[in-house]
Design a protein around this ligand. Sequence first.
Ligand SMILES: CC(=O)SCCNC(=O)CCNC(=O)[C@H](O)C(C)(C)COP(=O)(O)OP(=O)(O)OC[C@H]1O[C@@H](n2cnc3c(N)ncnc32)[C@H](O)[C@@H]1OP(=O)(O)O
Ligand SMILES: O=C([O-])CC(=O)C(=O)O
Length: 464
Amino acid sequence: MRSLRALRGLRAVTSTALSEYAEVATRSLTTVPDLKSVLREKIPEQQERLKAIKKQYGSKELGKVTVDMTIGGMRGITGLLWETSLLDPEEGIRFRGYSIPELQRMLPGAKPGGEPLPEGLLWLLLTGDIPSKEQVDALSAELAERGKNIPAHVDTILTDLPPGTHPMTQFSIATLALQPESRFAQAYAKGTPKKDYWDPIYEDSMNLIAKLPGIAALIYRNTYFGGNKIPHNPNLDWAANLAHQMGHDGEEVYELTRLYQTIHTDHEGGNVSAHATHLVGSALSDPYFSFSAGLNGLAGPLHGLANQEVLRWLFDVTKKIGQEPTKEEVEQFVWDTLNSGRVIPGFGHAVLRKTDPRYTCQREFAQKHLPDDPMFRLVSLFYEVVPGVLLKQGKVKNPWPNVDAHSGVLLQYYGIKEENFYTVLFGVSRAIGVLSQGIWSRALGLPIERPKSITMDALERKLA
Ligand SMILES: CC(=O)SCCNC(=O)CCNC(=O)[C@H](O)C(C)(C)COP(=O)(O)OP(=O)(O)OC[C@H]1O[C@@H](n2cnc3c(N)ncnc32)[C@H](O)[C@@H]1OP(=O)(O)O
Ligand SMILES: O=C([O-])CC(=O)C(=O)O
């Protein structure tokens, strides 16, 4: 039933009786229209739609820009077109209109009722359709094939870096080291016309996404296991292959990896990693350049690196006041952190004004699989205490936890203890969102990004 509903969304199927199609699809994977074919069919319609929006609404206002907004990191300015997801401050993220709980029900899992396979989310972000299990399995197989070999020079470059190089530095460098493979750079150099850009951008994006589990595992095994590598397993799905090549096997850790890799993919267009990828891509830098730029932004402690910071902070608590602190001790610890001029990692958000649904679904995973874990209990205690303290302090616009407040504790439980590595896992997932949008940005022919800036002198002259 689920696969029939999903197939219904495919334009390629419209001329074929659904029951007949479903039967053929279950007989042979090769008859399922592949992701690129489905996407190719959708592009002209969306190009026309954008043209019509420009024609009809091009001169309408979306809001005003105040000096506070200009000084305050452009907060509240709607200045980007981003198709793959939309963030509601109260409700949280929706991917192509679907909330996380909806996707946990609707996207195919490795087994019925399991966590969504990130390949399914990739399909959804690119096409707007919920894929069938057959389509997801075919995409898994395609990614496994595209990702099975990491060029040897990437390992050489990484192992030549000084010991102690942060895994995010390695990740950004490894991504750039793949850039010579760019099909888009080659196609552009040959004079490919603008209308065809999306095709080599698609190829680069899929090749890069496919290779990321191998790259991340390479960094992990080089950094923490003396370079003792574990080969790619062509029979595993994309996320399970990531855990497997890192050396963490078992159905539960695979399920966590599938969930983690699904929920971190996309958070509309204005967050630092998405915006950086989009900005650099708008200059027609290829996906390797643009995603590497996004990773450099994700590596900041106010953005993706906060998951590493949360873990360190939790360890700090346990070192100072033990594994089972009281509410009062935690409250004091939070005040001490604030009074020392630091932020509480994992809390607050630039747009969200409620608990992040990505936090909630990780909490539900923990309640199901590790309800008695002491670190989970500690995280839950912080959930009870921190918002009240932040509200009392009166500075933050959102006192609630974000995605980064929870992820590290789950990873710790399954033996992924190296917190410096956590942002790499975030980055692997983020590729799915930002590169999907990158394909659409080129398909829609979006222009180079170039907002206007202003000096204080000019501001005073203009407004005095
Ligand atoms: C995947 C992600 O990127 S999710 C975010 C991950 N980052 C973190 O968890 C780091 C902690 N959180 C923060 O630093 C912030 O909440 C951010 C960066 C996420 C958002 O920043 P903003 O949009 O500027 O938040 P907001 O408007 O609420 O900030 C107002 C004030 O409260 C402070 N504040 C915001 N969050 C916190 C926090 N968690 N702890 C202490 N102070 C905070 C800000 O630093 C700012 O102080 P200032 O006026 O002295 O400059
Ligand atoms: O939306 C943001 O600014 C930060 C965030 O949660 C993300 O990028 O996942």
